[in-house]
Design a protein around this ligand. Structure first.
Ligand SMILES: *Cc1c(COP(=O)(O)O)cnc(C)c1O
Length: 404
């Protein structure tokens, strides 16, 4: 421990002195960034292969997004939803169109979008489906990550995320991810929703077996249950399509969005669904002081417009092939498995070689920032503005780290 402190640069110690230790950041102190690159306080540059857990899909300080933020800062930043403002309608209309849904409900963080989805599904269950009061259940998957609120950690299967935060919110059933038979079994007449990530990001970019999402869709339709897709990390271009559900041609009843929606500038999340679902909310039943604020709407509208061109989805698909192929070439050379879609990859390092944390520290020394998830798994999720050469560079650094 003392040795650790001696090796830790003063800037790192300073940055951590007065904070709760709810994170274990890599020892790098970043002071500026542009596109796919960040620079630390000593002027060293790093290729950002985490992109704020996909909050920075368009790279750091995308010029269009920064311009929108600047312009809005000079006009109006907050009204609360007690009043309307001139940035609200465009945002809601354009995001709803991108999602192919009637309505949008803006919030701030991803966890709030998940909480909103849960509340809406329960209300829908009681008012539309006819579930008896207080009896609604929601089916979720093992290995899920949906955020950090007390209700959400109640149905986490990660003991770090859950332990000692009880008493837990009831009303959730957990089934193995990717197992349609188990899901079929878990649904009963009081089930109001199935809540899933179409690809489990925090779990290590776990892609479900082919046909799973399609099966979930059919099952939900057949049993009159809402399919809620948590696309907070998988959505908005990350996997080579606007939504990861598109890989199986599936449209959920509700999209939960966040992270990249705020353009890496402000927290913006949203729930998108049709009127028969989101229409259950009446004034006073749900809300947020900052949700849908003018600054958030101004930035997020430009995010939606960037996505509406399809350019970022195409980049992610094409460059993702290159990334995945490069990484697959390292299987047997220190990697035991590579998973992913688009510019999103989960790498399992041979645990005999090193931990994921150690790999990320060595990558950092080589000027590439990535993050471990569980044990020896690391995740790569570079900004979608990354170039072919930069991808090759990142893969080469991974190869060098594995080669020791
Ligand atoms: C990050 C994430 C969340 C929570 O988002 P916050 O903005 O951190 O609250 C929820 N679901 C998924 C799939 C995520 O990746």
């Amino acid at each position: 421990m003392i040795e650790d402190m001696l090796r830790t640069p003063a800037a790192v110690q300073d940055a951590e002195r007065h904070t709760a230790h709810n994170y274990h950041p890599l020892p790098v102190v970043i002071s500026s960034a542009e596109g796919a690159w960040v620079t630390d306080v000593d002027g060293k540059r790093y290729l950002d292969c985490l992109a704020g857990y996909s909050a920075l899909n368009f790279g750091h300080r995308h010029p269009t997004l920064i311009a929108a933020a600047h312009a809005q800062l000079d006009k109006l930043t907050l009204t609360s939803r007690a009043f309307l403002h001139d940035q609200f309608a465009d945002f809601c209309r354009e995001l709803a169109a991108l999602c192919g849904k009637d309505l949008v409900l803006p919030m701030n963080t991803g966890a709030e979008a998940v909480e909103t989805g849960i509340k809406v599904a329960r209300k829908w269950g009681y008012q539309v489906k006819g579930v008896p009061a207080g009896q609604a259940n929601i089916v979720v998957a093992e290995g899920n990550f949906h955020g950090r609120t007390t209700t959400i950690v109640s149905f986490s299967t990660d003991s770090d995320a859950r332990a000692d935060f009880g008493p837990y919110t009831p009303g959730f059933r957990i089934v193995p991810y990717g197992d349609l038979a188990a899901l079929t079994e878990a649904i009963d007449e009081h089930t109001v929703a199935v809540l899933l990530e179409p690809i489990q990001g925090e779990q290590g970019v776990v892609v479900p077996p082919e046909g799973y999402l399609h099966g979930v869709r059919l099952l939900c339709t057949e049993r009159n249950v809402l399919f809620i897709a948590d696309e907070i990390q998988s959505g908005l271009g990350r996997t080579g399509t606007t939504f990861a559900c598109e890989h199986e041609g599936v449209v959920p009843d509700m999209y939960l969005l966040g992270k990249a929606l705020g353009g890496g500038i402000v927290p913006v999340s949203a729930v998108a669904a049709d009127t028969d679902v989101l229409g259950v909310l009446q004034p006073g039943q749900h809300g947020s002081t900052f949700g849908g604020n003018p600054l958030a709407c101004a930035v997020a509208t430009e995010v939606v417009r960037l996505l509406a061109t399809g350019e970022f989805q195409r980049r992610s698909a094409a460059l993702g092939e290159r990334l995945q192929a490069g990484l697959r070439g390292l299987i047997g050379k220190g990697l035991v498995a590579v998973r992913g879609r688009g510019l999103w990859a989960g790498l399992d390092i041979d645990p005999a070689l090193m931990s994921g944390r150690e790999a990320c520290e060595r990558l950092m020394e080589r000027g590439v920032l990535a993050k471990d998830t569980h044990g020896s798994t690391i995740r790569l999720a570079p900004p979608l503005v990354i170039t072919e050469e930069e991808i090759d560079h990142a893969v080469a650094q991974v190869a060098a780290v594995l080669a020791g």
